[in-house]
Write a protein that binds this ligand. Structure first.
Ligand SMILES: Nc1nc2c(c(=O)[nH]1)N[C@@H](CN(C=O)c1ccc(C(=O)N[C@@H](CCC(=O)O)C(=O)O)cc1)CN2
Ligand code: MG
Length: 282
């Protein structure tokens, strides 16, 4: 058996076409969704992601602005930019690209963004709503994972979902969203004593730790659904995930490739949140 590839690039393209239609409908009421992206410093990967976000916005008709601030920007200056954007009626979504330089507290920055414009879904109010199952902006990568599972008609309710990694951006929230979909959820992390004993029990295995090819065929249950959130470079400098794709491909039932799996869904869900936010304009 060869695992079915869960094609995030294809699902993202379908969603972009749908969003384009929604945006043109909104335009009839004089509303153009607006996204503000703040990038601090010159991290190469962050610059690439920010460019992709802006390019995708342009494709679907979302107006986007970029504030590119120097690496030595103080927290105070960054907060003043956020304050200005919170009060800008043309801006529906504010996103601060992570990670931030070490002189700036990520938590302080996230908490300064108005929850109504927090299209990353990182604000504690939105995280609280996600936990209680209230409608709110959901974090983009975790939400994209749920959309990919649903598009592939994977049974989530009643499944045992194992999440390896406990970051605030991916691990913790994806576990919560799987729980909201009625999975039984187990979290594993760097202090987990016998990782393989747990991952081999997973019907759905989500891996988000940033260790190239950590998960091998011995770590998974035959027929498991594998979601690989990792983005690493292998020994030849080639992009690869946290899962050894070639090793597990023949025993998994579904798998997300890297690249082209989870990654493209992150930006797609950001655009969806921005459109939702524009719909909430009063
Ligand atoms: N404010 C935020 N910061 C960060 C987030 C986030 O959701 N909000 N997530 C990541 C980076 N990220 C978006 O910001 C992101 C990462 C990867 C991809 C993607 O499409 N990856 C491609 C491969 C790209 C490549 O070739 O290098 C893929 O997997 O196919 C999109 C967005 C951290 N920061
Ligand atoms: Mg982690």
């Amino acid at each position: 058996m060869t695992a079915e590839r869960m094609n995030g690039k294809e699902l993202a393209a379908t969603k972009h076409a749908e969003m384009k239609v929604r945006v043109s409908e909104l335009a009839k009421s004089g509303i153009v969704p607006g996204l503000a992206v703040i990038l601090v410093g010159d991290d190469q990967a962050s610059q690439t992601y920010v460019r992709s976000k802006q390019k995708m916005c342009e494709k679907v008709g979302i107006h986007s602005i970029l504030k590119h601030l120097p690496a030595d920007t103080t927290e105070e200056v960054l907060l003043s930019h956020i304050d200005e954007l919170n009060n800008d009626p043309e801006i529906d979504g504010i996103l601060v690209q992570l990670p931030l330089p070490k002189q700036i507290s990520e938590q302080a920055v996230i908490e300064a963004i108005s929850p109504e414009k927090d299209v990353d879904g990182f604000h504690p109010i939105n995280i609280g709503k996600m936990m209680t199952g209230e409608k709110t902006f959901l974090p983009c990568t975790p939400h994209g994972i749920i959309e990919l599972l649903k598009a592939s008609e994977v049974q989530i309710a009643g499944s045992h979902a194992v999440v390896v990694g406990r970051s605030n951006i991916v691990g913790k929230p994806v576990g919560q969203l799987l729980l909201n979909e009625h999975a039984t959820v187990t979290y594993c992390h760097s202090r987990t004593v016998d990782l393989r004993a747990i991952t081999t029990q997973a019907d759905i295995l989500v891996v988000a730790v940033g260790i190239a090819k950590l998960i091998k065929k011995e770590d998974i249950k035959p027929g498991a659904v594998i979601i690989d959130v990792g983005m690493n470079r292998d020994e030849n400098g080639k992009l690869c995930g946290d899962v050894d794709f070639d090793d597990v491909e023949d025993i998994a039932s579904h798998i997300t490739p890297v690249p082209g799996g989870v990654g493209p869904m992150t930006i797609t869900m950001l655009l969806e949140n921005t459109i939702e936010s524009a719909l909430n304009r009063s």
